[in-house]
Design a protein around this ligand. Structure first.
Ligand SMILES: C[S@@+](CC[C@H](N)C(=O)[O-])C[C@H]1O[C@@H](n2cnc3c(N)ncnc32)[C@H](O)[C@@H]1O
Length: 385
């Protein structure tokens, strides 16, 4: 039963699959792109030990982790960071819908991973219209092999996708399958202008869960610019060349008992449940992440941890049901909860807009997030390169 046709059936039951992708989904064998061992959201499945379960995972609408810790075998009990995966097919379709791929388009994919997504594009557009860049040499080689063995000849390049791939530019469409805290200008420069389009998971550490869909424009001889909006709630791995350290909570906590204490009226549970608030607050905290840890005693209590990427600072806010203020502890050179509160107040002053009112502008020198109209810039990020 586990087959590409079965995957199409599963996807069709969930949502309409655009006709241009139906034949693609039904004819590209995902199993041909997966390693012998994959991790589903609930378990690790080995092809050798349980071939039926492995095949069932391949043709289910599941994200499958295909590499952890950049391919280095983690020590027993060590933190396991997923570093490559085959995204869930429904998420791939969502991204491709945003990308608005048309016949004849030339597409640049950043983050080849297994090669499965590149194979979809190649089946849809033709081998010579797809270029894919993967930073990990072992993965790039495996993807090229997977593609060749499945009968595809699209180009796989080993390199830093943040630099795009100038040799084959310009591209009608640029799609990243890893998250970036800001859009590399190379992607804009290498796009067809006007009418090029870029789709990428976007955001800093606090809220990396947005797709940015950008149209590329050019006025006369000026350098091209990209402009667009945010949607979706994708969870992608961060670009490897500026990946902040991750680990267990304990790796980020130090000097417990030495924190400065206080109280806050900003309810940590409300913040943790409000994606719009997180998006706007996240613009001011691109280098800190958060974790809501539920008490396991049935009390309904929880701790919201805010943790600096560089591990220098942390904050803890204790949620207790039916209280109007909450205890806060902050340690380190930054007062992270004060930063969250200030960003939250600034969002409130804007009238608590949803993320759908935000937009993004990318020029050669800077990247701006705006509210409602490009003239109303809320946050400017400067390009590192
Ligand atoms: C979610 S996985 C790719 C999914 C893939 N498109 C598929 O269908 O299998 C993200 C990939 O991006 C790669 N990656 C991360 N940062 C990168 C970068 N700066 N340049 C190129 N590839 C990168 C990772 O090594 C990983 O293989």
């Amino acid at each position: 039963m586990s087959s590409p046709e079965e995957l199409l059936r599963i996807l069709t039951n969930k949502a309409t699959v655009e006709s241009s992708w139906r034949e693609v989904v039904a004819s590209v064998p995902r199993a041909a792109f997966l390693p012998e061992v994959v991790e589903t959201p609930s378990r690790t499945v080995s092809r050798q030990d349980d071939p039926n379960a492995w095949l069932a995972a391949a043709y289910d609408d599941l994200p499958l982790i295909t590499q952890v810790n950049d391919g280095r075998e983690p020590d027993e009990g060590a933190y396991r960071l997923p570093t490559s995966s085959s995204s869930s097919p429904s998420l791939m379709l969502q991204m491709l819908g945003l990308l608005d791929v048309r016949d004849g388009h030339h597409v640049l994919e950043l983050g080849t991973g297994t090669g499965y997504h590149a194979a979809w594009l190649a089946r849809r557009l033709g081998d010579d219209r797809v270029t894919s860049v993967e930073i990990d040499p072992v993965l790039a080689e495996a993807a090229a092999k997977n593609l060749a063995e499945a009968g595809f000849r699209s180009r796989v390049v080993c390199g830093d996708g943040d630099a795009g791939w100038a040799d084959c530019a310009p591209y009608d469409r640029v799609v990243a399958t890893y998250a970036v805290p800001s859009v590399p200008y190379a992607w804009v420069e290498q796009s067809v202008a006007p009418d090029g389009r870029i789709v990428t998971p976007w955001g800093g550490s606090f809220f990396p869960y947005s797709f940015a869909t950008l149209e590329v424009r050019r006025r006369r001889a000026d350098p091209p610019v990209a402009q667009g909006r945010f949607s979706g709630y994708p969870a992608f791995m961060r670009s490897r060349n500026n990946r902040p350290p991750r680990g267990f909570l304990a790796d980020f906590l130090h000097h417990r008992g030495k924190e400065q204490t206080g109280r806050t009226q900003l309810c940590p549970r409300v913040l943790a449940a409000d994606a719009d608030a997180q998006f706007w607050v996240g613009l001011e905290l691109p280098d800190a992440w958060y974790l809501l840890a539920e008490a396991d005693d049935g009390s309904g209590e929880a701790t919201l941890w805010v943790l600096a990427d560089d591990r220098s600072s942390w904050a803890a806010v204790e949620f207790v049901p039916d209280r109007e203020t909450y205890e806060v502890g902050q340690y380190g050179p930054r007062r992270l909860w004060d930063e969250v509160e200030a960003a939250h107040r600034a969002w409130a002053r804007l009238g608590r807009p949803g993320r759908d009112r935000a937009g993004l502008n990318v020029t050669r020198t800077e990247e701006c997030v705006w509210l409602d109209t490009p003239a109303k810039v809320v946050r400017t990020l400067h390009h590192a390169r």
